[in-house]
Design a binder for this molecule. Structure first.
Ligand SMILES: [Zn+2]
Length: 278
């Protein structure tokens, strides 16, 4: 048979790619669709196709929820590397990188102000700062925020997003679970409301302490909320987990949450809950 494969047949054809100018489109984590960035930003970083709530920066979050004129406090508290911890990079280097990247000294910002006229002390975790991990500074700033609530008889609202305890601070980071839980218990004893808002993702030691101790626990839709993540559990038990396991909707159905609130209605809902608890 006189058939020779033409040479060019061996040259792989370029794979068909969606050509999008950089920065105009983003891919949705929820549905894998490409979303036009301007539509997404106008929609408060929520996917218009599947309602997936992307992570919101701390500044954007606070601006969205708080009335104008809120003030940050304790912004000068900074972490120290008391263990001289080095993994693939020294902890001091990681801190420096995260501080440069986010403009914050640690993974939490605490503010005082109001939500539709209701006075609150609020805290927001910064996931871009070492995965929103909880070290000594986060524990201390939450304890100080609680003190402020106790002094002024003002409710506390926390916006959580975290990968858990900060391993670079060893046992001290685990101790913050007890410290924050004890602080929240003091609020409870004084009859001061604490509202916890869980956003994607809230995991590990943060979930296992102050994040799930709210008098009212609210979550954004489809947020991953867990102690150990689904991959770790699947590998451990050698079984596939049910669809939607550890997502807000599953957790609402199983009693961990009080409500799921879309971003657009978060401020109004918080104000309504705060007024009811007054
Ligand atoms: Zn989507």
């Amino acid at each position: 048979m006189l058939f020779r494969k033409p040479k060019y047949a061996t040259i792989p054809l370029p794979k068909k790619k969606i050509q999008a100018p950089e920065g105009l489109w983003i891919k949705c984590e929820g549905c894998d669709e490409l979303i036009y960035k301007k539509d997404w930003q106008a929609n408060q970083m929520v996917c218009p196709e599947c309602n997936f709530h992307f992570r919101l920066g701390v500044k954007e979050r606070l601006q969205l929820i708080m009335d104008e004129g809120f003030e940050e406090f304790n912004q000068g508290i900074k972490p120290i590397d008391f263990l001289g911890f080095v993994d693939s990079k020294p902890y001091v280097q990681r801190l420096d990188d995260a501080q440069q990247k986010t403009g914050f000294l640690d993974a939490i910002v605490t503010v005082k102000g109001s939500i539709h006229g209701c006075r609150v002390v609020a805290g927001a975790l910064c996931f871009d700062f070492m995965g929103g991990s909880m070290g000594s500074v986060m524990g201390e700033k939450i304890a100080l925020a609680v003190n402020m609530c106790l002094e002024g008889k003002v409710p506390l609202v926390m916006f959580c997003a975290s990968g858990g305890a900060r391993m670079q601070e060893g046992t001290m980071s685990l101790m913050q679970m007890a410290k924050t839980s004890a602080s929240i218990a003091r609020l409870s004893e004084a009859g001061i409301p604490y509202i916890s808002v869980l956003t994607h993702p809230t995991t590990g030691g943060v979930t296992a302490s102050f994040a799930t101790l709210g008098d009212i626990i609210i979550a954004e839709p489809k947020a991953l909320i867990c102690f150990a993540g689904p991959r770790v559990i699947e590998q451990t038990i050698g079984q596939k987990l049910p669809e939607g396991f550890q997502r807000s909707e599953f957790l609402l159905e199983h009693g961990l949450l009080d409500m799921i609130v879309v971003r657009k209605e978060m401020k109004a809902t918080l104000a309504r809950v705060l007024k009811m608890l007054e």
